[in-house]
Design a protein around this ligand. Structure first.
Ligand code: MTE
Length: 316
């Protein structure tokens, strides 16, 4: 595994590409390519993408140094496009996330199947700058574009039996070549308890750095749950199901001793094969020591109450 080690706090501001510069770069490229390409390019953007330059920043955002667009889009875990960190960027190039529909089913009064554009239209998009801590021991700071998961789920009017929510990734071997190998039991599924899902932090992300979500990051729509290990943040979602019983989840089924249903970031509970006390911020210099991993990835104020009275060693 190729490891880039550079602590984010040591990155010079000049090395970081803020969203405004990205937008400027895009505009520059469009100008450089000529007006006809500009028009064709803009016509290909879905209508909702045009709102993105004016996004408000969520108050839950961290002010830590952002990882670069390059780090975020070239060091990925997305087994549907290969198991290596650089595989998704290479193998998802030709993935076309259009058209895309999402089915909402189970314990709710307003189930249905929706075209992506109709699905996201009712919600206010914001920028959410969240830390992402992977169970493998690395982390990043990512400026997502998205909307509140809770707001979205409420639209479908979950009933009293809805104790959990299950999310499912697209299963299509012809479009996701990694699914030809049975490294996981496809399709990838994840789940949250309903009160976790209704917390103010989780989002459905449709972009990052003010741009449409790159394929390798889970286009066209993915979950982001910042206080849990990264694998809970399921990509390329096609189905959402309200359930009375705890859903099965892909990594828990694959290695139940290593990956629990809750998977809250917890420096006090080691992975059976490595410690979870520290993390390596992607982009930090190789000579910099790792940083301490924080309980609930630093989001304890917002989420610790969800687990009151629970044994988090048992419910890892
Ligand atoms: N979702 C699907 N469908 N397939 C995957 O392999 N990998 C998970 C998660 N979501 C994964 C997934 C893991 S292990 C992590 S750490 C994050 O995606 C990585 O998200 P990123 O590549 O956008 O940083």
């Amino acid at each position: 595994m190729a490891i880039l080690i550079r602590k984010a706090t040591d990155i010079k501001p000049s090395e970081i590409t803020p969203r405004s510069v990205y937008l400027d770069r895009r505009r520059f490229m469009q100008h450089a390519l000529g007006a006809s390409v500009l028009l064709a390019g803009d016509a290909m953007l879905p209508a909702w993408a045009k709102r993105w330059p004016e996004l408000a920043k969520s108050p839950h955002s961290t002010d830590e140094v952002l990882n670069s667009f390059e780090d975020i889009t070239t060091y990925n875990n997305f087994y549907e496009f290969g198991t290596g960190k650089s595989d998704p960027a290479k193998n998802a190039v030709n993935f076309d996330p259009k058209p895309w529909s999402i089915t909402v089913e189970g314990e709710c009064s307003k189930p249905g199947t929706f075209d992506l554009e109709d699905f996201i239209k009712p919600y206010a998009l914001q920028e959410y700058i969240y830390r992402l801590r992977c169970v493998e021991g690395w982390s990043m700071v990512i400026p997502w574009v998205g909307f509140s998961l809770a707001d979205m789920l409420k639209t479908f009017e979950p009933n009293a039996n809805a104790k959990y929510v299950e999310f499912t990734t697209l299963y299509d071997k012809s479009r996701m070549p990694g699914q030809k190998r049975r490294v996981l039991d496809w399709p990838y599924v994840e789940g949250l308890r309903i009160d976790e899902a209704m917390n103010e932090l989780p989002i459905m992300a449709v972009g990052l750095y003010g741009e449409i979500l790159p394929n390798q990051n889970g286009a066209p729509i993915r979950l982001v749950v910042p206080w849990k290990y990264g694998f809970k943040s399921i990509k390329s979602i096609v189905k959402i199901r309200f359930m009375e019983t705890q859903p099965r989840t892909t990594w828990n089924e694959s290695a139940p001793r290593e990956y629990g249903f809750y998977s809250n970031v917890n420096p006090n509970v080691d992975h059976p094969r490595w410690s979870q006390k520290k993390e390596r911020r992607i982009g930090a210099p190789i000579w910099k020591p790792k940083i301490d991993t924080l309980m609930f990835n630093g989001y304890g104020e917002q989420v610790a109450h969800l687990y009151q009275g629970m044994d988090l060693v048992k419910n890892f």
